[in-house]
Design a binder for this molecule. Structure first.
Ligand code: PLP
Length: 372
């Protein structure tokens, strides 16, 4: 027996009416598409959808064929970026069953993001029901291979046609699904990080803790300054003092010290509170490891990497799970972490989390929700 009753999730999913899909992919086409997916390039047959009106609230719960959206060119989101999203995965276990990892945490965060963007709050049950209904409808799109998942992307945007700046009177909510392979294909190799100290993704009182498209738009200049320097990801420091490490463009960060304790940047409001971050902290504390949420001073970290006091650094998030960081570079420095190879704790945590998600090892905190 799991803690999360599959019948209860079924009941939430049943609130979504399944519309007829006249042209789903053929079995052969689908098999081809899910066999070699890159990240986020192909999409399943259907999507979940709901609409919100200021008068009347949320309505029209449905699963409809995946198709381009009809959007008025005056839709507020195209002008003022009132958009939030989530990211989670459906995992196929060896026995054929399909599961979600902590979807309640994503539902909660979606509400927090909505409040920050002055968008309507989606009930937790509708978030869970929409995701479950889509996965159940497109169950054959969940890949079976290890590290291959059906990536789920819930999102909400101001769809009302209006060029005045105010809270919208009409909002659309959708969930789309993309069969996806590993975020970084090939064997696990450490990524190199550009430390950006000129262009920031957010600042004090900004939208850093909200999962909104605007944060990503703001992160791209830094990302590409890094790419020009041969780096794969960008890491931001705090905009106010340029002193403290915050996170990558789309992943949180953790630092492993020689004595075994782990540090990760505190949730100051500038940082996205990752479900993966929170889960790894729990798993490490379960094993008695000291994990400290603190303000990590960039200059100190660089010294500690150089002296060997810091032995591993890794990034974490749903898409890439746990990814070793091998190098930090900026206009002023270029340092290699440890011997540049993936760290022991990094890989152990990666295997442990993936093991829980794939149903290979015990799930001590009831994180998994069965959908099918
Ligand atoms: C989504 C996201 C993360 C990771 O969050 P998870 O819940 O672990 O997937 C980290 N940073 C940013 C900026 C994000 O958007």
């Amino acid at each position: 027996m799991t803690h999360h009753d599959p019948a209860a999730l079924d009941a939430l999913a049943a609130q979504f009416t399944v519309l007829d899909n006249p042209s789903p992919a053929s079995d052969a086409k689908r098999a081809e598409l899910i066999d070699k997916p890159a990240f986020g390039e192909v999409f399943s047959d259907n999507m979940a959808r709901m609409t919100w009106h200021k008068e009347g609230g949320w309505s029209d719960r449905r699963i409809e064929p995946y198709a381009p959206l009809q959007l008025d060119p005056g839709a507020s989101v195209l002008h003022y970026a009132q958009e939030i999203f989530e990211g989670l995965k459906a995992y196929r276990h060896a026995d054929g069953s399909t599961w979600l990892f902590r979807p309640d945490a994503n539902a909660q965060r979606f509400q927090d993001s909505a409040r920050r963007l002055y968008l309507p709050v989606l009930p937790i049950d509708d978030f869970l029901g929409s995701v479950a209904a889509l996965v159940q409808q497109d169950i054959q799109w969940v890949p079976g291979r290890r590290e291959y998942t059906l990536y789920l992307r819930p999102f909400m945007f101001a769809s009302e046609s209006f060029l005045g700046v105010r809270a919208p009177n009409k909002v659309d909510y959708c969930v789309i699904a993309s069969p996806s392979g590993p975020y970084f294909p090939g064997e696990i190799k450490p990524v190199s990080i550009w430390v950006e100290t000129t262009y920031f993704r957010t600042g004090p009182g900004g939208t850093g803790f909200a999962k909104c498209g605007g944060n990503y738009a703001a992160s791209l200049v830094g990302e590409y300054r890094g790419v020009e320097q041969g780096c794969e990801q960008v890491c931001f420091v705090d905009a106010a003092t340029k002193t403290y490490l915050e996170e990558l463009g789309g992943m949180n960060m953790m630092v492993v010290h020689r004595d075994g304790h782990v540090e990760t940047p505190s949730l100051t409001g500038n940082i996205l509170p990752g479900v993966t971050r929170r889960s790894l902290i729990q798993l490490m504390r379960d094993e008695g490891r000291d994990v400290v949420e603190t303000m990590i001073v960039l200059d100190e970290l660089l010294e500690q990497i150089a002296s060997g006091e810091v032995t591993e650094v890794f990034a974490c998030g749903t898409a890439a799970i746990v990814t070793p960081i091998g190098r930090f570079k900026s206009e002023d420095f270029d340092v290699t972490v440890g011997d540049g190879a993936p760290g022991k704790l990094t890989m152990a945590l990666r295997n442990k989390l993936l093991g829980i998600q794939m149903g290979e090892i015990e799930d001590p905190h009831d994180w998994m929700w069965r959908v099918n």
